[in-house]
Design a protein around this ligand. Structure first.
Ligand code: ATP
Ligand code: ATP
Ligand code: MG
Ligand code: MG
Ligand code: MG
Ligand code: MG
Ligand code: MG
Length: 278
């Protein structure tokens, strides 16, 4: 035991354990990515390579932290959801946020050359900020996820129209901005269709819906009750002494991590994957 007269300074540390039994969301966001995306010539409004890189880094974070239930990414941000029973780092906020941020950033840089083979990184290197927020109910958590996906939709419709006006309509940025001021979604859809023959519905799902990352078990048919959990219980020998949490952990660690571009606002996504929120 290292004891010294200096050790009292440890008492200046503030506890930061997050509220028990709540869903923890850690959201990270790229620092100054408007500038960063210009520096590396991201295609506007959506650079597919950049999104694939974000998704690859998020997948790596998920596989290093089996406690993460689901993640959702758009643009330069990613939200990672820890199950409400999560006990990692005694739920200490700083530990959770900094581990996610540094693991994500490390992989983003490590994987950069796979997605941008012709444009090597140079300082200032990409970095991310992060925060943790607790949501006490499944409804609150679902509303959080819906909030982010609505944001994705609103931003993408705006950006798609804005950049069409500039790239295909020969407008300047100010002119395009002026034209879109105060317009509703229907109006933007109309501009896209009538001026540029773009049917917004046919835009790639990854741009319209963002990316959902989760562990894949067997899908549950709509209307049946918790079939995945029941099947799991049956598959486990009755005499087995290991507790369910241990089994769940192993099961989770083994499950394939998938990235999809689905609607997470409607019930269907969650109803078909009851293990995510149970
Ligand atoms: P801050 O540091 O406050 O987050 P920021 O410049 O990163 O500042 P954001 O609101 O996070 O601001 O916006 C992210 C920026 O990165 C936007 O300008 C967006 O266009 C750009 N961006 C992120 N991902 C992509 C992508 N895949 N393709 C094109 N542009 C992207
Ligand atoms: P935690 O995740 O809780 O921080 P940890 O294994 O990182 O766990 P630390 O208390 O941070 O635990 O200790 C750092 C460990 O890394 C020690 O075991 C230390 O010996 C080792 N270590 C760090 N830097 C060096 C170094 N330069 N040379 C040799 N060993 C090192
Ligand atoms: Mg920000
Ligand atoms: Mg940003
Ligand atoms: Mg952002
Ligand atoms: Mg350490
Ligand atoms: Mg240490």
């Amino acid at each position: 035991m290292a004891n010294s007269k200096f050790e009292y300074v440890k008492n200046f540390e503030q506890p930061d354990n997050l509220l028990p039994n709540t869903w923890i969301v850690v959201r990270i966001d790229g620092r100054g990515f408007t500038k960063f995306s210009n520096k590396y010539g991201f295609e506007k409004p959506n650079d597919r390579r950049a999104l694939d890189l974000m998704n690859a880094a998020a997948r790596a974070v998920m596989s290093e932290l089996p406690e993460i239930t689901i993640a959702y990414g758009i643009s330069d941000e990613y939200s990672f959801v820890f199950h409400k029973s999560c006990a990692l780092f005694e739920r200490r906020s700083n530990k959770l946020v900094t581990t996610i941020v540094s693991t994500f950033t490390a992989y983003y840089i490590h994987l950069w050359s796979t997605y941008f083979p012709d444009t090597p990184l140079s300082p200032p290197l990409p970095s991310f900020d992060g925060r943790a927020v607790c949501y006490p109910s499944v409804q609150n958590l679902r509303d959080y996820m819906s909030w982010r996906q609505v944001d994705c939709h609103i931003n993408n419709l705006y950006n798609t129209t804005f950049w069409a006006l500039i790239q295909q309509g020969d407008m300047g940025a100010l002119e395009a901005e002026e034209m879109l001021k105060g317009t509703y979604a229907a109006h933007k859809n109309e501009i896209l269709f009538s001026r540029f023959s773009i049917n917004y519905n046919n835009e790639p799902e990854i741009y319209k819906k963002g990316s959902v990352v989760f562990r894949d078990y067997e899908l549950v048919d709509p209307g049946t009750h918790n079939a995945a959990t029941e099947a799991d219980n049956l598959a486990e020998p009755v005499l087995h002494s290991k507790n369910q949490t241990e089994n769940d952990k192993k099961h989770r660690a083994k499950a394939r991590i998938v990235i999809e571009h689905l609607d997470i606002i409607k019930d269907e996504f969650w109803d078909r994957r009851p293990w995510l929120l149970s």
